[in-house]
Design a protein around this ligand. Structure first.
Ligand SMILES: Nc1ncnc2c1ncn2[C@@H]1O[C@H](COP(=O)(O)OP(=O)(O)OP(=O)(O)O)[C@@H](O)[C@H]1O
Ligand SMILES: [Mg+2]
Length: 455
């Protein structure tokens, strides 16, 4: 059974073919003009279109061209009373399956139709096979081709609908926040809020009031009462990002909330019930922080009911071209310059590079390259220096001890500048991320930027 569309301006012909093909068990729609046919095709793609050549306004040939663009798999058979070899050849050239001259023998029409439908089945099977071979795994925005990520996607699908707490570990830019959002999206609470707190971005006393809220006047600066993030996320998911940076004092309070499922605003006596799923993320190995007594072991076990360890991009190079294409598509749409492709050399260099800033670095790099490019091809020229360079001249220069005016102090400053500006560029100018890449705190980075006059 197939979905057929008959296009003919003659009512009797439409009726006849409708009855004829319906008897064969097909679902048949009929249209009297090209615009009407197009409307039907957009509503649902037909398997086969039988169209008259001469139609009012636009012709069957126009419809054929349009279908090749909009419904490339749909098979097309042309019908006409005015045969000429040229139109026949033209229709076939444009991709019609066959050409029938009116008045046609119905038996012949039936055979041609069945053959065209067989061709469609082949095309579809082939497509499915190719998709399976390419093996793309994806959960909403989370895309990957790698076996490791396939396991993670599978795990996310299984645990998302449960209420368990999840710990996500992975280097900066590997997709921890995206995974956290995906878990929320696939949970039973996806209609409730998803709220994220970056524990590294706030001083201790603010983390506490952010999380639990406070009453008016409970500390200096607390002018009005404030609802905490636990209350705001009630019924939904709370992402505690950079959980490794959470001060020990707050860790103790967090543990209490997780055990008792109750919170109390700072300066308040009454407790409120809260029901929140916690997803924690960190670019450190939390277990190591536990052994260094920087993270509470009991809290670690509360958070780490399920662990997701995100592999760095360099350990899944097969994702580089896939993600590069996805970002190319996304940003060229945004910048209204669709149709760009990567030169083979540019792709090869991207795959060789080790991406210390992971997916985010790749993303920034593609966005920047598109903005810089003036042609339809993205080449080595548009890639950032650190990716495209083969020779290390500029870095080597920093490492030579020469006798003229050498100053260790100046040289170390230059090296520091070199790494800091690289980190800032890679993190798209976001200083908290740059600090993470450098393995220093945001405060240290700010101090060094001032010292080196890089602000
Ligand atoms: N598999 C993926 N498919 C598509 N986009 C991805 C994928 N992984 C990451 N991204 C994108 O890369 C960027 C960085 O991801 P995200 O912010 O989740 O990383 P992160 O691990 O939280 O980084 P950080 O440690 O710096 O906070 C985001 O824009 C995200 O959408
Ligand atoms: Mg993050």
């Amino acid at each position: 059974m197939a979905d057929l569309l008959i296009v003919d301006d003659e009512l009797s012909m439409r009726e006849f073919l409708h009855v004829f093909f319906t008897k064969d068990g097909h679902v048949v729609r009929t249209a009297a003009s090209v615009p009407q046919a197009q409307k039907f095709c957009l509503e649902s793609t037909p398997d086969l279109v039988l169209t008259d050549l001469r139609l009012p306004e636009q012709s069957g040939m126009d419809l054929l061209r349009w279908l090749r663009q909009e419904c490339p798999d749909t098979q097309i058979i042309m019908m006409t009373a005015f045969a000429s070899t040229e139109t026949a050849i033209e229709a076939m050239r444009l991709g019609a399956y066959d050409y029938q001259i009116k008045p046609f023998k119905v038996e012949e029409l039936r055979v041609v139709t069945e053959k065209a439908l067989e061709k469609l089945t082949l095309i579809k099977t082939n497509k499915n096979l190719t998709e399976q071979l390419q093996g793309q795994f994806s959960l909403s925005k989370l895309k990957s081709k790698s076996a490791k990520m396939a396991e993670i996607i599978d795990l996310i699908e299984r645990i998302a609908p449960t209420q368990v707490n999840v710990l996500i570990e992975g280097e900066s830019g590997t997709g921890k926040e995206l995974v956290a959002r995906t878990i929320h999206e696939h949970s039973k609470q996806s209609d409730s809020p998803f709220i994220a707190l970056n524990c590294a971005a706030l001083p201790e006393h603010l983390i506490e009031s952010e999380l639990f809220g406070h009453e008016a006047g409970s500390f200096t600066g607390a002018t009005g009462a404030k609802q905490g993030l636990f209350e705001a996320a009630h019924g939904g998911t709370l992402l505690l990002d950079e959980i490794g940076e959470m001060p020990l004092n707050i860790q103790a309070k967090l543990l209490r909330v997780l055990q008792e499922k109750k919170i109390r605003r700072i300066g308040e006596q009454v407790e409120k019930d809260v029901d929140v799923r916690i997803v924690a993320a960190t670019n450190k190995q939390l277990k190591n922080l536990v052994s260094e007594n920087l993270f509470r072991e009991d809290l670690y076990y509360r958070l780490n009911v399920v662990k997701i360890q995100l592999p760095p991009l360099r350990e899944r190079p097969e994702d580089i071209p896939l993600l590069a294409e996805i970002f190319l598509d996304r940003y060229s749409k945004q910048m209204q310059c669709e149709g760009k492709t990567f030169s083979p050399q540019a792709l090869a260099v991207l795959m060789e590079y080790d991406f210390p800033g992971n997916v985010r670095e790749l993303q920034n790099c593609i966005e920047r390259s598109i903005a810089l490019s003036t042609t339809d091809e993205l080449t080595l020229k548009e890639l950032p220096e650190e990716i495209s360079r083969n020779d290390n001249d500029s870095t080597n220069r920093l490492l030579v001890l020469h006798s003229e005016n050498f100053s260790l102090e100046n040289r170390l400053n230059e090296l520091e500048k070199y790494f800091i500006s690289q980190a800032i560029e890679r993190s798209g100018g976001v200083k908290t991320r740059a600090a993470k890449l450098l393995g220093i705190t945001f405060r240290t980075l700010r101090y060094r930027l001032q010292k080196l006059d890089l602000e």
